[in-house]
Every structure is written in structure tokens, then in C-alpha cells.
Design a protein around this ligand. Structure first.
Ligand code: HEC
Ligand code: HEC
Ligand code: HEC
Ligand code: HEC
Length: 270
């Protein structure tokens, strides 16, 4: 082909492109191929749009064995849209949009269509009767009652403790209570996620700098090796020492920001 013909061919192609392209480009491939939603459970592939969440979930040993008809039906570590539905379409007080078995057997979504936001405690509270997919696994051992009584937090709709699982010595009651107060996620989910998942956590700790108290000897008792009977009173904690703790997604912690740490820092999972 000589260069004259090439130029002609190029012009012809561009001309065809300008005529044909605008029409075809406005039509998406797949646009007229609907997912079959007549089967049991959620047939819409959540992972199509939430591939990042899907890949994370697939790395987990639990929360991955839900199927269309129940839980513990697929292998741990194999994520699918039924796992998403198990949590995000699980609230028994919410009516979700659903086609079940046949096209005529449907219900419209009421409080949520595809998915609702969810609190960990929907399923992990005692007897978890408000969720579809929650056979037990009570978290237990937190006591938020004093925070509710003092008006610091609103009452939680979920059940954290009872006479047996009373959280009397729990170290993280305030963490849970203040997560309930915070509205990033529903209820105390921020705190659950902070401990139980690979999310990065940065905490600015405001410690007290010193422990201070008075020591007096008002009624001295002299023994063979000296004066005794000291009284210790007026205990105080004073000053502020600030420490910043960075916890990265792989579970390592440090007081320096994680860039430049040993280990993998090249992606978001560092
Ligand atoms: C076609 C893409 C698409 C599909 C499919 C999809 N989502 Fe979403 N999802 C979005 C977009 C966009 C947002 C953010 C905008 C919004 O909140 O409306 C979102 C937000 C969310 C949120 C966050 C809501 C919040 O307020 O924090 C959840 C949870 C969620 N989706 C779950 C699901 C589940 C479960 C499925 C499967 C039943 C699903 N999504 C299917 C596009 C999609
Ligand atoms: C839809 C109900 C549901 C929700 C919501 C839910 N879970 Fe679970 N969770 C379960 C079930 C059922 C199991 C046990 C079966 C399994 O592994 O899937 C479980 C297992 C666990 C386990 C392991 C327990 C064990 O004994 O090995 C932990 C930890 C856990 N969940 C934490 C969380 C956290 C944190 C959240 C919130 C981010 C959460 N869960 C949200 C239902 C739920
Ligand atoms: C064990 C329960 C559980 C499972 C399984 C689960 N989620 Fe979530 N998801 C949560 C909780 C708890 C939150 C935080 C509160 C909220 O926004 O609902 C959340 C938040 C989200 C968000 C908003 C925050 C973000 O990271 O973007 C999206 C989107 C989402 N989930 C999608 C999905 C999809 C898609 C799947 C399936 C691949 C899935 N989830 C499986 C419990 C779960
Ligand atoms: C301060 C960190 C921390 C917080 C906050 C936390 N957990 Fe845990 N959780 C743990 C530890 C530690 C274990 C035991 C781990 C082990 O056995 O390896 C555990 C165990 C569990 C288990 C399995 C044993 C059981 O009690 O059923 C579940 C389920 C669970 N947590 C759910 C939750 C939920 C839901 C929340 C939020 C309300 C939460 N956790 C908040 C640290 C935490």
C-alpha cells in the first residue's frame, strides 16, 4: 500500500468513526442483560461495585460461610454476595426489597432497598433475636450501664451485659460507650472494628505525668531502725504526657508514623 492510499484509508476510517461511534458509545455492553433475582437470597453481586470490601472479606476466616439458605454452608475464606447480605440484609426489623423463588413472589424494600447499615451487636448481643443470620456468639462482658445512667450516652438498643456476663472488670467499657456516642458507624461498631479488623488505628494518649501524694508523720513511732508510722494521703495525678500510638493494618504498632517502617509499607495494608 502506498502512502497516498494509507492517508485515504485513514480519512475513511475517521469518517466512519465520527458517524458510527457516538451511537455505539452511548450503549453499554451488558445493559440489557438483567441478573436473575428469582433465586433464594440476594442475587445482585455486591462485589461488582464493592470489590475492595469483597477482597478484604475473602481474607477472613469467619463471616464468609453464609449461603442463600443459611449459614455455615460455604467454606471459610470464600466470600460471595450471600456473606454481604448476611450482614447488610439481616436486620429483622427492616423490610428489604426481595424476589423470592419466582417473579411474582416479591416484596418492595421498606426501610432499606438493597442493604442497610449494620451494628456488630445486631448479631453479637445476647440471643441476637433481631437478626436473621446470628446463631449465637454473644460478645458479652462490657458494662455500659453507668454511662447510660449518667446521661453520657443514649441507651443502646443492644444488649451488652446481664447478671452473668456483667463486664464488672472490663477494661474497655469507656471505649465501647464512647463508640456508641460516636456516629461514624451504628452503635459501638467503631470499637469492635478497631480491635477485630485490620483497620489502622491512631490514638493520641494523654497520660498523666506524675503520681503525687503527701507523706506525713503526725504520730511518729520510733522503732529500733528509725521513725515510722507514716501516713500517705492526698493522692493526685498531675501533668500531661502525650504519646501517639499508630497501629497499622498488619497489626504492628509504633510511636512513629508508619512510613519507613520495616516490613511492607508499599500498599494500604501496611
Ligand atoms: C452498582 C454498584 C453497587 C452495587 C451492585 C452495590 N452497591 Fe453498595 N454502594 C454503592 C455506592 C455508589 C455507594 C455509596 C453511595 C451511597 O451511600 O449511596 C454504596 C454504599 C454502600 C454501603 C455504605 C452505606 C453507608 O452509609 O455506609 C453499604 C453497606 C453497601 N453499599 C452495601 C452493599 C451491598 C450489601 C450490596 C449487595 C446487595 C451492594 N452494596 C451493592 C454502589 C453499589
Ligand atoms: C449478621 C450477623 C453478624 C454481624 C452483623 C456480625 N457478626 Fe460476627 N459473627 C456472626 C456469626 C454467625 C459468627 C460465627 C460464624 C461465622 O464465622 O460466620 C460470627 C463470628 C464472629 C467472630 C469470631 C467468633 C468466634 O468465636 O470465633 C468475631 C470476633 C466477630 N464475629 C466479630 C464481629 C464484629 C467485630 C462485627 C462488626 C464489624 C461482627 N462480628 C458483625 C454474625 C455476625
Ligand atoms: C460481618 C458482617 C459484615 C459482612 C459479612 C459484610 N459487612 Fe459491610 N459492613 C459491616 C459493618 C459493621 C460496617 C460498618 C457499618 C455500616 O456502614 O453498615 C460495614 C460497612 C460497609 C460499607 C461502607 C464502609 C466501607 O468500607 O466502604 C460497605 C460499602 C460495605 N460494608 C459493603 C459490604 C459488602 C459488599 C460485603 C460483602 C462483600 C460486606 N459489606 C460484608 C459488616 C459487614
Ligand atoms: C479492646 C479490644 C476489643 C474490643 C473493643 C472488642 N473486642 Fe471482641 N474480643 C477481643 C479479644 C481480645 C477477644 C478474644 C480473642 C481471642 O480469643 O483470640 C475477643 C473475642 C470476641 C468474640 C469471640 C468470643 C465471644 O465473646 O463470643 C466475639 C464474637 C467478639 N469479640 C465480638 C466483639 C464485638 C461485637 C465487639 C464490639 C461490641 C467487640 N468484640 C469489641 C477484643 C475486643
Amino acid at each position: 500500500m502506498n502512502s497516498g492510499k494509507l492517508v485515504l484509508l485513514a480519512i475513511a476510517l475517521v469518517a466512519v468513526g465520527t458517524v458510527v461511534m457516538p451511537q455505539t458509545a452511548s450503549l453499554f455492553a451488558g445493559q440489557h442483560w438483567w441478573y436473575n433475582i428469582s433465586g433464594t437470597g440476594n442475587q445482585v453481586p455486591c462485589q461488582k461495585c464493592h470489590a475492595d470490601v469483597f477482597e478484604e472479606l475473602a481474607l477472613s476466616n469467619f463471616h464468609t460461610h453464609w449461603g442463600p439458605n443459611g449459614w455455615n454452608v460455604s467454606a471459610p475464606g470464600t466470600a460471595d454476595q450471600y456473606d454481604c447480605a448476611a450482614c447488610h440484609r439481616s436486620n429483622l426489623s427492616i423490610q428489604y426489597a426481595l424476589v423470592n423463588g419466582s417473579v411474582t413472589n416479591y416484596q418492595p424494600g421498606k426501610q432499606a432497598h438493597a442493604a442497610s447499615v449494620v451494628a456488630c451487636m445486631l448479631c453479637h448481643q445476647m440471643n441476637a433475636s433481631k437478626a436473621t443470620w446470628a446463631p449465637g456468639y454473644y460478645a458479652g462482658g462490657f458494662n455500659i450501664t453507668p454511662f447510660v445512667k449518667a446521661g453520657i450516652i443514649p441507651p443502646s438498643p443492644y444488649n451488652y451485659s446481664n447478671a452473668t456476663y456483667n463486664g464488672m472488670y472490663a477494661a474497655h467499657n469507656a471505649f465501647i460507650a464512647m463508640a456508641i456516642k460516636n456516629n461514624t458507624f451504628p452503635d459501638s461498631t467503631e470499637a469492635c472494628v478497631a480491635c477485630h479488623t485490620h483497620v489502622a488505628v491512631k490514638i493520641i494518649w494523654h497520660h498523666k505525668r506524675s503520681l503525687e501524694f503527701d507523706v506525713n508523720i503526725t504520730n511518729p513511732v520510733t522503732l529500733s531502725n528509725g521513725v515510722h508510722n507514716w501516713t500517705i494521703s492526698d493522692w493526685k495525678v498531675n501533668g500531661t504526657a502525650t504519646a501517639i500510638s499508630w497501629g497499622n493494618t498488619s497489626g504492628a504498632g509504633n510511636t512513629s508514623y508508619w512510613s519507613g517502617w520495616p516490613g511492607n509499607v508499599s500498599n494500604i495494608y501496611s
